[in-house]
Write a protein that binds this ligand. Structure first.
Ligand SMILES: Cc1cc2nc3c(=O)[nH]c(=O)nc-3n(C[C@H](O)[C@H](O)[C@H](O)COP(=O)(O)OP(=O)(O)OC[C@H]3O[C@@H](n4cnc5c(N)ncnc54)[C@H](O)[C@@H]3O)c2cc1C
Length: 284
């Protein structure tokens, strides 16, 4: 049996609309360079989102970048987790409660985790790749009885860089098998050391009844998806999140073209059947 459907997500709205104003209501530091913001609309909110979709988040006067929604679809606030890597993400990470940001979206395809109903959901995350997956985990957890098994495998460079680590015990209590590994550890780390694909050896995987969602650095997604496929999971039941620089968010500017796909519309979530040849193309 393969999982119910192999459709990765639903397209977001089309046509350019200006940003909606949101203000920061809470700011939580995840790691030394990563922050989670809770945002609340000042005026009209954006449309409801599905886990895996992203917004174009605008730090006023600095710039606008794509950021995945890391909260569940039915939460009261819009939750986004940002790693500071450049001018815009740095400004977003520095946003304090009360500050106004611009939000467009939600855009792109979603994980479609509900397609695994009756089967097992396997989530594999590398680093901040857990942010786009968190909403899917929380949504599946809230309907735990619909899935045979929910497994979350997390890889991080070091213990200090694990995001949402303080939530893992609650996820386990809710019936999710959470396994964590780090590339390198010092001090009092007693957990696994090694790359995230090593955790696959320990996970119980029924390849014909598993939907796998994979997000992390491109090399990690390539190796993980290849490994899962070699274990017998059909390529259409493995989904990855492809990231490219995006500008318009509505498939008009062409910045995010990857092969035949405009990733702001046809991605970011793409099944491995279509993603495999694209995972070898480097961004210019
Ligand atoms: C669909 C999508 C969802 C994303 N979700 C998140 C998220 O949830 N949290 C988060 O922190 N970031 C996310 N990103 C990445 C984020 O958009 C970039 O980090 C941001 O655009 C960097 O902008 P900047 O001005 O801060 O830095 P820049 O000065 O533009 O870039 C700094 C460095 O980051 C690299 N970079 C820029 N854009 C990307 C990209 N899209 N992917 C990988 N590397 C990039 C650049 O090559 C450069 O090395 C997402 C990207 C996409 C396309």
């Amino acid at each position: 049996m393969t999982v119910q459907a192999s459709r990765a997500g639903s397209a977001g709205p089309v046509g350019y609309a200006g940003p909606a104003r949101y203000h920061v209501v809470a700011r939580q530091r995840e790691t030394h360079d990563t922050v989670t913001l809770a945002l609340r609309p000042v005026d009209e909110p954006i449309a409801a989102h599905r886990p895996g979709q992203f917004t174009m988040l605008y730090a006023l006067g600095v710039g606008e970048v794509p950021i995945s929604i890391s909260g569940p679809p039915d939460g009261p606030d819009l939750i986004q987790t940002i790693r500071s890597v450049g001018a815009v993400s740095r400004a977003l990470c520095a946003a304090e409660p009360g500050q106004v940001l611009g939000v467009r979206g939600p855009f792109g395809t979603d994980w479609g985790a509900q397609d695994a109903a009756g089967a097992s959901l396997l989530v594999v995350a590398g680093g901040i790749g857990l942010a786009p997956l968190r909403g899917a985990v929380l949504e599946a957890m809230a309907a735990r009885e619909r899935y045979r098994r929910i497994t979350v495998l997390v890889g991080s460079r070091s213990p200090e860089e694990i995001v949402f680590g303080e939530e893992f015990d609650a996820w386990r209590e809710a019936g999710v098998d959470v396994q964590v590994t780090v590339d390198r550890a010092a001090g009092d780390w007693r957990g696994n050391v090694g790359v995230v694909t090593q955790l696959l050896d320990r996970a119980e995987i029924n390849p014909m009844a598993t939907l796998a969602l994979v997000c992390g650095p491109e090399i990690m997604m390539r190796l993980t998806a290849r490994d899962l496929h070699a274990r017998g999971i059909p390529a259409r039941d493995i989904r990855v999140s492809l990231e490219r620089n995006m500008r318009c968010g509505v498939a008009e500017c062409g910045h995010c073209q990857l092969g035949p796909l405009l990733l702001c519309r046809d991605g970011p979530v793409v099944d491995y059947e279509r993603a495999a040849p694209l995972l070898t193309i480097r961004e210019l």
